[in-house]
Design a protein around this ligand. Structure first.
Ligand SMILES: Cc1ncc(COP(=O)(O)O)c(C=O)c1O
Length: 326
């Protein structure tokens, strides 16, 4: 099994101090946005390539295909080129220009699918692409369990940092897209600290797990927290590791991102903002002597072209899932 994290340096587990509120629990945030391509997804693909090469499923010279709203695409383009692969990234239309330019600069080829079909249409296109193109392989971070397994290494880094600081965490809270980040970290934290409580967070406009747990009808609506809410139950989420589920709005994520930039000097993106918003709400509920761990996914620069949080191709806003399950 691959254990070297693709040569990545461990990221800092940073305590939020300036946005900390009196009387609330402490919040420690894993700085994944500091990875080489500016996001947490750098964790995933060298691990997947190592494992798939060991199984004999892929070898250099082949074309690796992946669906992504941008971060996974950049991470795979970087590591794929280093390891001797062509990379094709299938993306829904309307992601930020920074993301598409980064993928192309790192040597990836982008195929766009319609914005309305979002990632589900990209996944159908990826399957059709590998059928038509021998020598290509669809990694499929959405369903491939190598995704969440790659996150165990990040979980181990968090455990090591907590032990170094002499801290036992009370709560882990993290939003879900594929569910890989949440699952790999939660798995390791629950082994190391059996009393830790976990909360998975979803964007209100695409909250499949929340709807399932509350017996509500699930409906995907376009939203502005790219990377979350793909329109289906995240296959890389191991549900038995989720103690609680909460929802946030896109506005919560964007507003908290701006506070993290101006008050903490943390240049992170809106889903990191969403994690901190949810962590702060929880920290108020838990009160002082408790510790909450969360994740800062990606970097602010990936969003400079849509700084108002409005994607031209996506109608956004806030809508909690309601109504009985169909
Ligand atoms: C910006 C951003 N935040 C959060 C996530 C969610 O991470 P995961 O897919 O591991 O659940 C993603 C996934 O693509 C992302 O790009």
């Amino acid at each position: 099994m691959s254990t070297d994290n693709g040569g990545l340096k461990p990221t800092e587990l940073y305590e939020l101090t300036r946005v900390a509120e009196p009387g609330a629990a402490r919040i420690l945030a894993k700085c994944e946005f500091k990875n080489p391509t500016g996001s947490h997804k750098d964790r995933v693909f060298s691990y997947m390539i190592d494992e798939l090469e060991a199984e004999g499923a892929i070898k250099p010279g082949m074309t690796l295909v992946e669906c992504s709203t941008g971060n996974g695409g950049a991470a795979l383009s970087r590591v794929g080129a280093e390891r001797g692969y062509q990379v094709v990234i299938i993306m829904p239309r309307g992601m930020t220009a920074e993301r598409t330019r980064q993928i192309e600069a790192l040597g990836g080829t982008i195929l766009e699918t319609a914005g309305e079909g979002f990632l589900l249409e990209s996944e159908d296109t990826a399957r059709a692409y590998v059928e038509k193109n021998p020598g290509s392989y669809f990694l499929d971070q959405s369903t491939n369990e190598l995704n969440w397994r790659s996150w165990r290494l990040c979980g181990e880094e968090i455990v090591a940092s907590l032990k170094e600081k002499g801290i036992t965490p009370d709560h882990f809270i993290c939003s879900i897209g594929t569910g890989g980040t949440f699952t790999g970290i939660a798995d390791v934290l629950k082994d190391a600290f059996p009393d830790v409580v976990t909360t998975a967070v979803e964007v209100d406009r695409s909250a499949a797990l929340y709807a399932k747990r509350k017996g509500l009808k699930f409906e995907h609506q376009a939203h502005n927290l790219m990377g979350l809410g793909p329109g289906k139950m995240p296959a890389n989420l191991r549900e038995e590791l989720v103690d609680e589920v909460e929802i946030i709005t896109g506005d919560d994520g964007w507003a908290t991102m701006k506070r993290l930039i101006s008050e903490e000097d943390l240049y992170v993106g809106p889903t990191a903002g969403g994690n901190v918003f949810a962590a702060q709400r929880l920290a108020r509920r838990l009160g002082p002597d408790q510790v909450v761990v969360t994740v800062l996914f990606d970097s602010a620069w990936k969003y400079f072209s849509i700084w108002d949080g409005k994607y031209s191709d996506y109608e956004t806003g806030s809508a909690a899932p309601t109504g009985p399950a169909a």
